[in-house]
Write a protein of this length. Structure first.
Length: 343
């Protein structure tokens, strides 16, 4: 099977093609004939060496495809089932994954649409339902709403009855995407170019009837993270998925200035890989259960598929193109590569 390897940390030229034998699934695992691979910003960080490891490595965490072998003790999956999964070493034509990290693919979505979802949709689901525990009538701000995670989070927040759902945008294209594709009301799009943090905070409070928001989601980092802390209200929640460098200045501990202490607010971080890395294997079923819940939402029409840019067919050149697109910072939705026939 074709596998795209990362031979060293560095630029997109560090990838090469290699042919490897397929692996049989072990107990509790399924083998998936991949039909589409999804790409995430975290893949770029891994390629650059920010996540550690020792090359040669196989990157990638999002796949969809067809089960073609089932390991001992697996229930709920059979050969021929269409699935999607949060995986490791996904840049390949075939992969073995723990069955607990997979779920039946949403029937309403194509394989490329499904491959765009696992990491982004699971991250959004956990941010909204577990960390912020958003409910009907909760006012929210979503910074980075046009990316993969934000695209799912905005829809999920609206489905759960959050109101208003305020979002940030830095360009006309992002604003048009948010209103035209995600259904955000035009007056709820906060344009941040050329505005100070205090100006943005005041605009957000004005849009929320003069009040701070109940939850603020940081899907982009940097100044937007500071803005989220500035606009959250008493007993509110700030949720982030973006780590910051050691030089990032935001004192959360000073009792006189901390936005958390002053407002008795909470800060949460969503690191989707944490459970796989550090949690007992018996708890990994959470991923599959949440993917199943998301499948139901997509199949019912409560959530629409995330727009995709397909760089396929899958090859080393396609992987390089995907990484270049992610580094451009201009991606709306997700980037995928098709593998074989991906209808």
């Amino acid at each position: 099977m074709l596998t795209v390897m990362l031979n060293r940390f560095g630029g997109v030229d560090a990838f090469s093609a290699e042919h490897r034998p397929e692996v049989a699934p072990g107990p509790g695992e399924v083998r998936v004939r991949i039909r589409a691979v999804g790409f995430n910003p975290v893949d770029v960080k891994a390629r650059q060496g920010a996540l550690g490891g020792t090359p040669p490595l196989v990157l990638g965490r999002d796949i969809s495809g067809i089960v073609d072998a089932v390991g001992e003790g697996v229930a709920g999956f059979a050969v021929g089932d269409p699935v999607y999964a949060r995986a490791n070493e996904a840049y390949a034509e075939s992969i073995v994954v723990p069955a607990s990290l997979a779920a039946l693919k949403p029937k309403a979505l194509s394989f490329p649409e499904a491959a765009a979802l696992p990491v982004a949709a699971l991250t959004a689901y956990q941010a909204v339902t577990e960390k912020a525990r958003t409910g009907p009538g909760d006012s929210v701000l979503v910074a980075g709403a046009s990316g993969g995670v934000g695209s799912v989070a905005v829809q999920l927040l609206r489905h759960l009855g959050a109101s208003p759902v305020l979002v940030t945008a830095g360009s006309d294209a992002s604003a048009e995407y948010l209103t035209g594709r995600l259904g955000v009301r035009p007056e709820h799009v906060v344009r941040y170019r050329g505005k100070s943090s205090s100006q943005l905070a005041e605009e957000i409070r004005t849009l929320n009837g003069g009040e701070p928001v109940q939850a603020a989601f940081d899907f982009v980092g940097g100044p937007m993270k500071r803005l989220c802390f500035e606009v959250v209200g008493v007993d509110g929640h700030v949720v982030s998925i973006v780590e910051e460098p050691a030089t990032f200045e935001l004192n959360l501990w000073d009792e006189n200035t901390s936005p958390l202490v002053l407002r008795s607010a909470s800060f949460h971080f969503v690191q989707l890989a944490a459970r796989v890395r550090y949690g007992p294997r018996g708890t990994w079923e959470k991923y599959g259960h949440q993917l199943t819940a998301l499948s139901l939402l997509f199949d019912s029409g409560a959530l629409a598929p995330v727009p995709i840019t397909d760089v396929g067919p899958f090859s080393v050149d396609a992987v390089r193109r995907a990484h270049a697109l992610l580094e451009s910072g201009q991606v709306q939705g997700k980037v995928v590569a098709s593998v074989g026939s991906s209808a």
